[in-house]
Design a protein around this ligand. Sequence first.
Ligand code: BGC
Length: 752
Amino acid sequence: MKKIILVFTVLLIIVGCNSPKNYSGKLSVIDLKVDSILSLMTLEEKIGQMNQYNGFWDLTGPAPNEGDAANKYNHLKQGLVGSMLNVRGVEDVIKVQKIAVEETRLGIPLIIGFDVVHGYETQSPIPLAESASWDLETIKKSAEMAAKEAAAAGINWTFAPMVDISRDARWGRVMEGAGEDAYLGSLIAKARIEGFQGDDLSKSNTIAACAKHFAGYGFAESGRDYNTVDVGTSTLYNTIFPPFKASVDAGVRTFMNSFNELNGIPATGNKFLQRDILKGKWNFDGFMVSDWGSIMEMIAHGHAKDKKHAAELAVNAGSDMDMESYVYVNELKTLIDEGKVNVTLIDDAVKRILKVKFELGLFDNPYRYCDLEREKEIIGSKEMHDAALDMAKKSIVLLKNDNDLLPLKKTGQKIALIGALASDKNSPLGSWRIAAKDNSAVSVLEGMQQYNENELVYAKGTDVSIGTHNFASEVKINTTDKSEFKKAISVARKADVVVLVLGEVGFQSGEARSRTELGLPGLQQELLEEIYKVNKNIVLVLNNGRPLAITWADKYISSIVEAWQLGSQSGNAIAQVLYGDYNPSGKLPMSFPRNVGQVPIYYNYKNTGRPGPKKEVFWSHYQDEKNSPLYPFGYGLSYTTFKYDNLQVSNVNNNKVNVSVQISNSGDVKGKEVVQLYIRDEVASVTRPVKELKGFELVELKPKEAKTIEFVLTDKELGFYNNEGAFIVEPGTFKVFVGGSSDKTLDADFEL
Ligand code: BGC
């Protein structure tokens, strides 16, 4: 460290400035500092910076003497580790950082990574739920709070946001993304990155973000996690890439590659993705970390013949940091000696990593995130929980309310609350909740108990799962035990209204949590039907991490609320919506299928040569089910109603189009609506979807209030990527649609 400080002092005198926040790629003070450190480093030390280890020994005990942990410990002491993940808490971070800073030759600080996916200890809603708010400011705030809480625990880098678009609800990781649409997904990616990183990465309450998983991970065949991805060029450029490109434009400092292969080449060893597109065309100047063990997994993919070959492929393709494959630290030097890897690639990777460390302020003070007082004050504070509650309310989507059972009356009602998920304090935390305390969420039962002028009776009905499970174990679903049915039916029979909370337990979605069925798991469908026989006044509250196929419920149950997994404040948010203290305003970020056989299903499909509906047989359809989803993308109701009128298109010139529409609140209560604009390019050299979201605005209106909403469409919205990856705008006829859902819209034409 001493040597480094000396070099900096000289440098600072020369350039006269010490805190540039310049991500533009120009040679900044940071670049000069990076170069000067690089000149001091041995090849081994450089390779060390590219090596990331998982938290490895019991940090409170003595250092390990043998085995894998001892090797890692020794590497850390020798300056052969650049980053660690899953070390958390100020005390533990100080312990590892101290070794890096005080015991290694150059004292280069570690960057400490963690999956701060939707909160650190305080959980906000799962990202798919947050996306249902379409509220970019609140989503940004949620990421800002997560960064603040994680930074207070010594963390300075999150492996988030996941910006993978997915159209397949079978894939468990849809819970972690922004849904099926690239336009919405890009704006949400930007909001999250700005929230995590703030306007100055060196502040001690901001952390570096990571756009993942580059690329195509959300298109795993048949929705099975880690599975092969084989997509066409047009989908790659127009659907998969845009949120990643938006992340670069938002200044994201790191990327993570993905487990899947893309068109035959694993993403981790994919030069086209990492060097040509990301670092080449998009000029990304941060660094790329591999996914967990993904470099080594190229052997199983059948792409690398052994570990050494895997390291060679990954580094040449542009993977800068090795997460837990141990192949860079063990193989790169030999590969360089043998001339299989050029040392300039190592220098480039190390520069990128050091640059981010500088931007985080780690060289100024490696312990800048390590303040025990701050940790106590911020983690789990009221500020965190208030923000989580606000985000949770805004994430809820009202799917049905035919008989106006909702909002519930606040007095004089006998309410039966049924379902194991209603009292579950774990499931609302989702599956990415490593730092959350077990059973710490407010349950629906607890939330509803606060409205104490009604009589509330709770019955479990049926367990969703059997026994306990965690991040690393399979969830066993209860398919046999109906012993609690009877009690629930009897409680329901005597109630004025039944609130049934059904869905998935927290660990049923997330990584490696694919499903082939999308109905209510286990015995819950049967329970629902039994309850319906004795009481038709049912409000179904869904807790789930993915779109579900609830066709029976849609037919028979008059009120349905999509409440996802809403995090630490889940029960409070749900109760406030059920009782009308918050008027739901969420809109679905993913289509809900009628039947798993429709999946992948998405609103922005292509028309095909045989669109329908037609009376004859030979058109693109199913014999046994409609083509349309049960609930489309962009759909969601409110306790009030909105009316759209007077769609106007004007000023079509210079590839600029003005669109306006009048929206009014035609109901009796104040409410928020997401006004959505879609376009269709009728004829194009590469066919365009039947509809594409290109604008939206969240408006709040009092009863009878009306507003005119204006949109401007420019080249950015009107163009698309052709199959050479060039962005083009083609003249011709366009349709524009505006409304409160992708399927209910006013429309007009214009000529470009
Ligand atoms: C996941 C990543 C995650 C990493 C580290 C992997 O299994 O795919 O998204 O960031 O683990 O926890």
